[in-house]
Design a protein around this ligand. Structure first.
Ligand code: NI
Length: 175
């Protein structure tokens, strides 16, 4: 695989402007399924593979395992902010620096899998209760200077989970 395919094994993110109710349910289902899919992917993973980068210069499986809940706890908060305020400005963060902090180096990955499962369980309850108009609500991303509709964010985080699951599987499937 070339560098681009290793970095983006499922391709880059693309969002649709409009989604049917069925499509929305499919994206919510992606978010619901992710923790179980990751649990299956890392089952029986050796310590050596855990500390293997998914591509040269990329994060190790361990770092990816801590990054996903880092990202999705921010995502969950962004949804809650957007649902309770009018286009609130959210707080970007340096994900690469977060991945270097001691908790990302030292915490057993099972802890982050439990954290991810808990976040997703609550997030999915919220997502399933959202009406069509709720998905039109937005948060303002100061880095992109753009209002991000929750319909867009839903698709982005579905992609984001699959994107990193594919990274983990690059390592687990390698011999
Ligand atoms: Ni990411």
């Amino acid at each position: 695989m070339d560098q681009q395919s290793l970095q983006y094994p499922i391709g880059k993110f693309n969002a649709a402007e409009n989604l049917s109710q069925g499509q929305i349910e499919d994206f919510i289902s992606d978010i619901e399924q992710l923790p179980k899919q990751i649990a299956a992917a890392i089952a029986g993973l050796s310590a050596e593979k855990l500390d293997t980068p998914y591509r040269p210069g990329g994060w190790t499986v361990r770092q990816v395992m801590h990054h996903i809940p880092d990202s999705h706890m921010n995502a969950y908060i962004r949804f809650k902010l957007a649902l309770t305020e009018n286009n609130p400005t959210i707080r970007p963060y340096f994900e690469d620096r977060w991945a270097e902090l001691p908790d990302s180096q030292l915490t057993p990955i099972d802890v982050s899998l439990t954290l991810l499962s808990s976040i997703h369980q609550r997030w999915v309850v919220l997502l399933k209760a959202m009406k069509a108009d709720d998905f039109k609500r937005s948060y303002f991303h100061p880095e992109y200077q753009q209002a991000i509709a929750l319909l867009h964010a839903l698709q982005m985080y579905s992609w984001h989970g699959k994107h990193h699951l594919a990274h983990i599987m690059l390592v687990t499937n390698s011999h």
